[in-house]
Ligand binder design. Structure first.
Ligand code: PEP
Ligand code: MG
Length: 917
């Protein structure tokens, strides 16, 4: 289909011209109007071309059409804004003067490349057209001028092919059809008995050009445009349109790039890397983007155009070899490398072309890099004086720190593996093992010395042991704050959840992803950092940093550890927020302390009952139909609970510990299936009917809004009583040790919405505290606070603050209740919300600042209006999310609390927040 706007004079808009329309075209070259700070308007490529030209690097002159024009074009159905025509003509004339060639000139034609360039680079997602300006006449001029007719005709046929495809839409008509231009090329080669493209002579290529043009006429009913300006407008329109092609839209969603950023268009004088053996083209990084090492890293092809390097038609050579092949150009390139780093003060990824031994720079941008490379480059550039500490801290994406800690896949092996499905990346790292479908099989297999991936539709507390045993966890249902995700992250387990493309059949013991059918025992590999799922095994290794932290490796033996500790040192210097952890066991607490946690912000006491026979007593307590039965179960739970608190207090060595009273949404704890009920009945010495009846009686339609949180302690004060007793008795015990531990327990009440609820629980806690202190003859300094996790608590925070000594925002429930959106059920329609950009991010992973954030601000303000120094924290999953952390810093919280493996990320994000806010 011919392009809408491919007319000599661009289509005029229906609307009247904007008054005082903004400048739409910015030149670069001898006259340069933009600079590196203008990314939003000129796109990354345009802004940096201007910057390079301004600092005297050899940039072929050209001009950039702004992203604002793109937005106008999209909004006005493919029309260009008034006045653009004149601006473009003027810019072309400027380039003509500068290079001494003319656009459309028969003897000395100026050719352009037309490329996209968004604010953030979106490699390969949008369209490009090269050699624009060639037609039946200018091709002869180029042939004569270059003395190389074959080169000229090759450029012309490449141009027609690109233009025909991108602008005129001549593409395969169905999935099985070959690319039509390639098909013509192949049949011509066959006809003439030529093997390689390079065997085609100037005459052959001339014939190919005729056939290409015929193809276009046949398919579109229009002739290939000969007018250079018509070509130019067609190409500009096509690049703008490609902002909304499917690839680009998908990419934007993945990287949260707003659709209203738009792309700029860069029109630049063509230089040719395919002029012979003294010409070349290549891409290079100023440092190694995979590991950050300071080496010149890149590749090039002699006698080729840029597209050949990327397309993989010929295998490029490593950049070091250029020193032998073209010593002069290499020397210049090395000088450019130094200059780029000095100027941009970051690792650069750049494209260059050498035309008859002259070096030209076509692009530079901050190079994409792995997490490890990000850390290494920042630390080394700081040492080299290229960036100060604060800049270095800001340059490292906070998430990058994670990649120094998690087990990793061998990168080559992963690249060679095939993705069979994807899910939500819930627990970072790499895991590979045999598929198992139940927790008990997982345990058994691991005992037998095999590594397993536990694959469940979703997980529940009874899966914990299996989850612990497994290398990784995969669920086909549930979001990033689902049970599986939450527990996996706390355990530092690799986890992918909500992989809706995966069908798990427990009965058949199969895992089906598309056409791939895997069975129990087959190998599966999951990347919890990216969400990719692979069939088969991929090798993994424990990180060096982890080995140092565990004392298995000396710090001086690990450069990666030294990088890690340098960055963490910086982070601690600049952050305001304290970083605590969500931990329920002494092991978790210890590992969090190793990673730099300064306390426990949330100990979920219901999670302490996951293990062994405790879950039975816990269930017995929940299922109890009378106070007597409940007290009997509680009596059995008390010693475990007390012992656990002693363990945690010891592990925390005086660091603060916030203990939250029971908050078990009933559906997470009730036995669901017949087998579990039968087994439980046996163990508890009751009939199966009793269990079934009680489960039925306790059934809630909406357990997340049901009998949970403080509501439980209000109905059954004996539960609160038991927990308070366990906490204070444990505190008394550690205070009386031979080497006493100073503890100041922070008791936290969940799901409070009314001041009266807090008062009710407070009375019990204070009474029990007094009893324990009196009987043990010891003073325990404790505080009682509340979670703020339902909107009513937030908007009545001033009333609640009269009683609470601290607030901790439970942003999981606060998100659930503010958005009226179930934590457990949103997976089924999340994609629709993403696709329509109603959600740009998952609100359970990244705080909804406009809604939930407003409630937090209200609560902070109201709470502190009553108690000026009220301690404020956050313990929902958002506590480990960098952009949410920035918000928490801005509203003045005292700490964030996150799962142990997230602690380093949170420390770095908190420093970045303090530097940015
Ligand atoms: C919360 O709701 O944010 C929270 C921390 O509590 P839980 O996830 O245990 O409901
Ligand atoms: Mg909660």
């Amino acid at each position: 289909m011919p392009a809408k706007a491919s007319k000599k004079n661009p289509k005029q808009p229906a609307e009247p011209a904007r008054k005082g329309a903004a400048k739409a075209v910015y030149a670069f070259g001898k006259k340069t109007e933009g600079n590196a700070s203008m990314r939003a308007l000129l796109g990354g490529k345009g802004a940096n071309l201007a910057e390079m030209a301004a600092i005297g690097l050899p940039v072929p002159p050209g001009f950039t059409i702004t992203t604002e024009v793109c937005n106008y074009f999209t909004k006005h159905n493919g029309a260009f804004p008034p006045g653009l025509d004149a601006e473009v003509h003027a810019a072309v004339r400027q380039v003509e003067q500068e290079v001494g060639k003319a656009f459309g000139d028969k003897t000395n034609p100026l050719l352009f490349s037309v490329r996209s360039g968004a604010r953030e680079s979106m490699p390969g997602m949008m369209d490009t057209i090269l050699n624009l300006g060639l037609n039946d006449e200018t091709v002869l001029g180029l042939a004569a001028k270059s003395g190389n007719p074959r080169f000229a005709w090759d450029c012309y046929r490449r141009f027609i092919q690109m233009y025909g495809d991108v602008v005129m839409g001549v593409q395969p008509r169905h999935e099985t059809e070959h690319e039509p231009f390639d098909h013509l090329m192949a049949s011509l080669k066959k006809e003439l008995g030529r093997k390689e493209d390079t065997d085609l002579t100037a005459e052959d290529l001339q014939e190919l050009v005729s056939r290409y043009k015929r193809l276009i006429k046949q398919r579109t009913g229009t002739t290939f445009p000969q007018d250079p300006y018509e070509q130019l407008w067609g190409a500009i329109g096509a690049v703008f349109r490609s902002w909304n092609n499917e690839r680009a839209v998908v990419y934007r969603q993945k990287y949260n790039i707003p659709s209203d950023w738009g792309t700029a268009v860069n029109v630049q004088t063509m230089v040719f890397g395919n002029m012979g053996d003294d010409s070349a083209t290549g891409v290079a990084f100023t440092r190694d983007p995979a590991n950050g090492e300071k080496v010149f890293y890149g590749e090039y092809l002699i006698n080729a155009q840029g597209e050949d390097v990327v397309a993989g038609v010929r295998t490029p050579k490593p950049i070091a070899q250029l020193a032998q092949e073209m010593p002069q150009a290499y020397k210049e390139l090395e000088a450019v490398r130094q200059k780029l780093e000095k100027h941009f003060r970051d690792m650069q990824d750049f494209e260059f072309t050498i035309e008859n031994n002259h070096l030209y720079m076509l692009q530079t941008r901050n190079g994409k890099r792995t997490g490890l490379a990000a850390v290494r480059i920042a630390v080394e550039m700081n040492k080299e004086g290229l960036m100060n500490e604060k800049t270095a801290v800001l340059k490292i994406p906070a998430e990058s720190i994670d990649s120094l800690l998690v087990p990793v896949f061998d990168p080559k092996a992963e690249a060679a593996a095939t993705v069979i499905a994807t899910g939500l990346p819930a627990g970072p790292g790499a895991a590979s093992g045999h598929i198992v479908f139940s927790a008990s099989t997982a345990e058994r297999e691991v005992k037998a010395g095999r590594k397993v991936i536990l694959c469940r539709v979703e997980t529940s507390p009874e899966d914990l042991k299996g989850m612990l045993a497994a290398e990784g966890i995969l669920t086909s249902r549930g979001g990033v704050s689902s049970h599986a995700a939450l527990v996996a992250r706390q355990l530092g387990k690799v986890c992918i959840c909500g992989a809706t493309g995966v069908k798990i059949d427990y009965a058949k013991k199969t895992l089906v992803a598309g056409k791939k059918v895997l069975r129990e025992g087959d190998y599966l590999s999951i990347n919890g950092t990216t969400g990719n799922i692979y069939a088969g095994a991929i090798d993994t290794t424990d990180s060096e940093v982890k080995r140092v932290l565990k004392g298995q490796l000396k710090p001086e033996k690990s450069y990666t550890y030294q990088l890690f500790s340098t960055v963490m040192g910086w982070a601690d210097k600049y952050r305001r927020l304290q970083v605590r952890t969500n931990a329920d066991t002494p092991e978790m607490a210890t590992s969090a302390i190793q990673l730099g946690a300064e306390g426990i912000g949330l100990c979920r006491t219901e999670h302490m009952f996951f293990e062994g026979e405790r879950i039975d007593f816990m269930r017995q307590m929940i299922l109890a139909s009378t106070e007597k039965e409940r007290r009997a179960a509680l009596k059995k739970l008390l010693p475990f609970q007390r012992q656990d608190f002693i363990g945690i207090f010891k592990a925390m060595k005086g660091h603060p510990v916030t203990i939250r009273l029971l908050d078990p949404p009933l559906h997470e704890f009730l036995p669901h299936d017949e087998t579990t009920r039968r087994q439980l009945a046996g163990r508890l010495g009751v009939s199966q009917e009793f269990i079934t009846d009680r489960v039925r009686a306790l059934h809630e339609v909406n357990p997340m809004l049901g009998h949970r949180g403080c509501r439980l302690g209000i109905s059954y004060p004996e539960i609160t009583e038991m927990q308070a007793r366990a906490i204070f008795e444990a505190a008394a015990t550690v205070k009386k040790l031979k080497n006493p531990i100073e503890v100041k327990p922070e008791v936290m009440i969940p799901l409070v919405g009314f001041k009266a609820e807090l008062q009710d629980q407070l009375d019990i806690i204070n009474r029990v505290a007094k009893e324990v202190m009196d009987s043990r003859q010891v003073h325990i300094d404790y505080t009682v606070g509340t979670m703020i996790e339902i909107p009513r608590a937030a908007v009545t925070a001033d009333e609640i603050a009269e009683l609470a000594e601290f607030f901790s925002f439970g942003t999981n429930d606060l998100t659930q209740t503010t958005l009226g959106l179930s934590r457990d059920d949103m997976g089924s329609f999340f994609d629709d919300y993403r696709n329509k950009e109603i959600f740009t991010q998952n609100p359970f992973a990244t705080l909804d600042q406009g809604g939930v954030g407003k409630l937090i601000e209200i609560a902070v303000q109201k709470g502190r209006s009553v108690k000026k120094h009220l301690k404020l924290g956050i313990c929902g999953e958002h506590g480990g999310d960098p952009s949410s952390i920035r918000f928490f810093d801005a509203v003045g919280l005292n700490y964030v609390s996150c799962s142990p493996p997230r602690v380093p990320v949170a420390r770095l994000a908190a420093a970045q927040a303090a530097l940015r806010n």
